[in-house]
Design a protein around this ligand. Structure first.
Ligand code: GAR
Length: 210
C-alpha cells in the first residue's frame, strides 16, 4: 500500500476530505504521518482523534528554514512516506527539501495557477474582476506555486461575491479536486509529456467545473 504523509498548518479540511475519500473508495494507500508546523493546528487534533499518526513540528523552534526543513524531512522519512501531500501547509519549503521529494511532493493552491500565486488569492481575484476563480493541484518545484499542473477546479465568481463566500465555495471544490488528483498519482495514472506537463494516461479531463 502506498504510504502518504500529509503536511498541514491549520484547519485541515483537505486532509479530512482525503481521509474520507480514501476510506469510501478503499484506496490501496494509507496515511502514515500528519505533520503540522503549528502544534495547535485544528487538523492535527482531528487526525489524532481518528487514530492517525501525528507530529507537531513548531517552526518557531528553529532559527533557520533549512534546519526546520531538515527536521521535517526526517519526520517524513521516518514515517516511510513515499508521497508528500501539502494540504494548507503555509510554510515556504527550501529548494533542497523540494528536490529531495521531486515528483512525489504535491500541493493544492486556491487559485487557477499561474494566476495568483502566493497569498490572498480570492481577494485578489475579486479585485481583478475575474469571472472565474478556482483551485489547482500541482507538483511542487522550487519556484513557489509554479509546478506542473495535475488538475484544476473552476468556480464561477458571483455578482456581489465576498472573499468569505468565494473561498468557501472554492474550498468545497478543493475537497473534490484534491482526492481525485491524488488518486491518479497513487494509481500511476499520470505521465509527464515532452514539455514537462502532467497528462493522465487515460485521457481524463484535468478540469472540474463547479
Ligand atoms: C486551502 O484553501 C488551501 O488551498 C490553501 O489553504 C487552505 C487550507 O485549508 N492553501 C494555500 O493557500 C497554500 N499556499 P484546510 O486547512 O482546511 O485544508
Amino acid at each position: 500500500r502506498r504510504r502518504i504523509a500529509v503536511l498541514i498548518s491549520g484547519r485541515g479540511s483537505n486532509l479530512e476530505a482525503l481521509v474520507e475519500a480514501m476510506a469510501a473508495e478503499r484506496w490501496d494507500a494509507r496515511i502514515v504521518a500528519v505533520i503540522a508546523n503549528r502544534p495547535d493546528a485544528a487538523g492535527l487534533a482531528w487526525a489524532a482523534a481518528r487514530g492517525l499518526p501525528t507530529a507537531g513540528l513548531d517552526h518557531r523552534a528553529f532559527a533557520e528554514r533549512e534546519a526546520f526543513d531538515a527536521a521535517l524531512a526526517q519526520a517524513i522519512d521516518a514515517s516511510g512516506a513515499e508521497l508528500v501531500v501539502l494540504a494548507g501547509f503555509m510554510r515556504i519549503l527550501s529548494d533542497g527539501f523540494v528536490r529531495r521529494y521531486e515528483g512525489r511532493l504535491v500541493n493544492i493552491h486556491p487559485s487557477l495557477l499561474p494566476a495568483f500565486a502566493g497569498l490572498h488569492t480570492h481577494r485578489r481575484a475579486l479585485e481583478a474582476g475575474c469571472a472565474f476563480a478556482g483551485a489547482t493541484v500541482h507538483l511542487v518545484t522550487p519556484t513557489l506555486d509554479h509546478g506542473p499542473i495535475i488538475a484544476q477546479a473552476v468556480v464561477p465568481v458571483r455578482p456581489d461575491d465576498t472573499e468569505a463566500g468565494l473561498s468557501a465555495r472554492v474550498l468545497a471544490a478543493e475537497h473534490r479536486l484534491y482526492p481525485m488528483a491524488l488518486r491518479w498519482l497513487i494509481e500511476g495514472r499520470l505521465a509527464l509529456d515532452a514539455q514537462g506537463r502532467v497528462r493522465p494516461l487515460d485521457g481524463q479531463p484535468q478540469g472540474l467545473f463547479f
